[in-house]
Design a protein around this ligand. Structure first.
Ligand code: PLP
Length: 383
């Protein structure tokens, strides 16, 4: 067989994937706390809107940037909730936040150029940089501050090769919500380096302790900040694959041209569903939000009782990132799965700064979380 390209050979199989495969192959009861998606079903009125759209013949290609109605809905939500002013020409509806990120990386990171992200970091950015033939640099944030964004570290790491910086707030895997003023320092430094900032805000509506502030909003919406959002996490819509990219009209025009040759457009039916989610009744979202917040408290309080474990209080998203005081978090995760029936994601799957940690997703019922945390405590005592 002829050789495959370096760009598809470069990405390694993540330890999160390893745990997922082990869990799928495992026989017996497992408490799955490694999963990065809401355990709720999509709200009924959203499903109804999609079914109606399909029955009404809304089953064709849509404009490459997405339907005007869906972009209007996103535009309205960004304006009402985050005081952002993106018109339909400054928005592209994407196949999940994932495609928005990929398009943003392809648009901003050239061959040999650097994508930079504070770590621990969601691993997909590194893969996307590889797909753009760029490089990826993790700026390790200190565990002692609960992985709060230290703008000095990020600014010091920027160089002439830096083409874009990703800021993920609320953060996966740490649950940290960055201070807007710290983000602003990074935005200013990026401008000085002629680099972009990609604000990954797919968890922005899940902020528990602080107001949700978009990076672009605080920064006054400069043209070098691109914003990624999604219906996946807030509306329990991971399977619908519906997100968006917002930014400068010229950037979006190029992005939309490129996507004509990738996915062409997101699903027409999913766009109808997104419209209903974003502009319809918000009670289902509010109920899920309240459940996540309650579970956050439960998990944080229970982790504090487990000897040898430290874990900063998650401020957003649905992850706790804990330090169980071990070196090899993959070995620990395998032990917890095989011997104690609880599955967590090893921190080593989230870059060098995640080594020795575990990510616990609290997108699970209170009863299962209690059970899982009991199993975690038992498992740690036998490791
Ligand atoms: N960004 C972060 C930090 C994520 O955790 C995820 C999903 O887990 C995404 C983006 C992409 O989400 P989706 O493509 O489902 O919108």
């Amino acid at each position: 067989m002829p050789p495959l390209t370096a760009r598809v050979r470069a990405p390694e199989r993540s330890s999160i994937r390893v745990m997922y495969d082990l869990a799928e192959a495992h026989d017996g009861d497992l408490v799955r706390l490694e999963v990065g998606e809401p355990d709720f079903d999509t709200p009924e009125h959203v499903v109804d809107a999609a079914m109606r759209a399909a029955r009404d013949g809304d089953t064709h290609y849509t404009p490459n940037a997405g339907t005007v109605a869906c972009r209007d809905a996103i535009s309205t939500v960004l304006a009402d909730r985050y005081d952002l002013d993106y018109g339909v020409d400054e928005l592209c509806v994407t196949v999940g936040g994932m495609e928005a990120l990929l398009l943003a990386v392809l648009a901003t990171v050239g061959p040999g150029e650097e994508l930079l992200a504070p770590g621990p970091t969601w691993p997909n950015y590194e893969t996307q940089a590889a797909l753009a033939d760029g490089t990826f640099t993790e700026v390790e944030l200190p565990a002692e501050t609960g992985y709060d964004l230290d703008p000095d570290l990020v600014v010091d790491a920027m160089s002439d090769d830096t083409a874009a910086v990703v800021l993920t707030t609320p953060n996966n895997p740490t649950g940290r919500v960055y201070d807007p003023a710290d983000c602003q320092r990074v935005v200013d430094a990026a401008r000085d380096h002629d680099a972009f900032v990609v604000a990954d805000e797919v968890y922005l509506s899940l902020c528990y302790d602080r107001d949700a502030r978009a990076v672009a909003e605080y920064a006054g919406q400069p043209d070098h900040v691109l914003t990624v959002g999604s219906c996946s996490k807030a509306y329990a819509m991971t399977g619908w694959r519906l997100g968006w990219l917002a930014g400068d009209a010229d950037v979006l025009e190029r992005v939309v041209t490129v996507r004509e040759s990738t996915t062409a457009c997101p699903s027409s039916v999913a766009q109808a569903a997104a419209e209903a989610a974003l502009t319809g009744p918000q009670e289902p979202f509010e109920e899920m939000y309240a459940a996540f917040e309650e579970r956050r408290d439960l998990v944080h309080d229970r982790l504090a009782e487990i000897p040898g474990v430290t874990a900063p209080r998650p401020e957003g998203a649905f992850y706790a990132f804990l330090d169980p005081g071990v070196d090899d978090s993959l070995a620990l995760a395998k032990h917890l799965l095989r011997e104690h029936g609880v599955v967590l994601a090893p921190g080593s799957g989230f870059g060098d700064a995640g080594r020795g940690h575990l990510r616990l997703s609290f997108a699970n019922s209170r009863a299962r979380l209690r059970e899982g945390l009991d199993r975690l405590e038992a498992g740690l005592s036998t490791f």
